[in-house]
Design a protein around this ligand. Structure first.
Ligand SMILES: [Zn+2]
Length: 361
């Protein structure tokens, strides 16, 4: 741990508790963070001086010792989050300290790739920074593709980025810390930190330009040996299926990608739509069944267009998992849309920025 990391970590713990639990006294904070009362007092004094927390009266009921309550000042700082997972537009939001999206902006992509797409990201980021109107601690970007930890997009075929120094390029323009995260990983973090989630394990599948998964186990994002954990889009589900951009045949992505499903659905009646969606849900469920069994997961959250991830899709997905797993594993299994909805990626990258810059997780 570097000098300063301990301080940042402990301040982060205090902010985290205030965000999760609402107003607390210094004694409450000492108990839940297991820091000593004088230590909590020092950090709280700093946080008060910086305007990140404020006093909010005294506790009037309950069994605890009466004490001055502290609460987080939701709009004392903001983060800017950008979501590049949609084929036709880049969307972004200004997020406050408690995970509320207070401003939104959208720019049409109009087919831009390569450096033109990087410039569009920078433009959207600048618009959001202007809209924030107050201190911004950093910028988070959720992008399709495999990322290197330094914010380099190793490979994002849809945006034609290969070893693109996205974080460095945007940082140079906006002068703030920039963090780049895979879009499915961002979505699972957004859902876990700001959504309706009860347990420490969460599997999320993002259906967009392609198909990708994000996995949190025991509260930790699983990134894998080459930062490519969750890249399930090129798992072959039909060896004699359609050719895929990767050179193989019958990849999951050739069956389940959102844009492709939209094309297939075009002009179909209700029954026809249901059949197409059920076939795609079944393929995804078949691909997920081994993962669900291996990790004994109780549900999958789905992120993406609600018309594609509709009931026939989810029903077929769950049926495929149940059919292919041991009853003890499969019988409780559910598929739901993310509770954070369209904001899941933006909230997830905001969470990454808050963790890196303020120690909050
Ligand atoms: Zn493929």
């Amino acid at each position: 741990m570097l000098p300063g990391d301990g301080r940042r970590h402990n301040r982060g713990l205090i902010l985290h508790e205030l965000r999760r639990q609402g107003p607390q006294s210094r004694a409450d904070l000492a108990r839940v963070t297991q820091l000593t009362a004088p230590t909590v007092g020092d950090y709280v004094a700093d946080l008060l001086a910086e305007g990140l927390v404020e006093e909010s009266g005294r506790r009037s009921t309950g069994t605890g010792k009466p004490g001055t309550l502290l609460r987080i000042v939701a709009d004392a700082r903001h983060t800017v989050g950008v979501d590049l997972s949609d084929q036709s537009r880049f969307v972004g939001g200004v997020v406050n300290l408690v995970g509320e999206v207070v401003e939104r902006r959208t720019l049409a992509r109009r087919g831009r790739t390569g450096q033109a797409a990087v410039r569009l990201v920078t433009e959207l980021t600048a618009d959001l920074l202007a809209a924030a109107g107050g201190p911004v601690v950093g910028v988070g970007i959720g992008s399709p593709g495999v990322m290197f930890p330094e914010g380099v997009v190793q490979d994002s075929s849809n945006l034609r980025w290969r070893d693109a120094e996205l974080a460095a390029d945007v940082r140079r323009e906006v002068g703030l810390p920039v963090h780049v995260v895979n879009d499915a990983n961002a979505a699972v973090l957004g859902e876990q930190q700001f959504g309706e989630v009860t347990g420490p394990n969460l599997l999320l599948v993002k259906v967009g330009l392609g198909v990708g998964a994000g996995l949190v186990l025991d509260g930790h994002l699983i990134e894998g040996e080459g930062s490519a954990a969750g890249e399930i889009g090129h798992v072959v589900v039909d060896p004699s299926g359609d050719p895929c951009a990767c050179g193989n045949r019958g990849c999951l992505e050739t069956v389940v990608a959102g844009s492709l499903l939209r094309e297939k659905l075009d002009g179909l009646d209700v029954a026809g739509r249901a059949a197409v969606l059920a076939a795609a849900g079944d393929r995804l469920g078949s691909a997920l069944a081994p993962v669900v069994s291996m990790l004994n997961l109780a549900e999958v959250r789905l992120s993406g267009p609600a018309d594609v991830l509709d009931e026939p899709f989810r029903h077929a997905l769950v049926a495929a998992v149940k059919q292919r797993t041991f009853p003890l594993v499969g019988e409780r299994f559910q598929a739901r849309l993310t509770s954070t909805g369209r904001d899941d990626v933006v909230l997830g990258v905001a969470a990454v920025v808050l963790e890196h810059e303020l120690g909050v997780r």
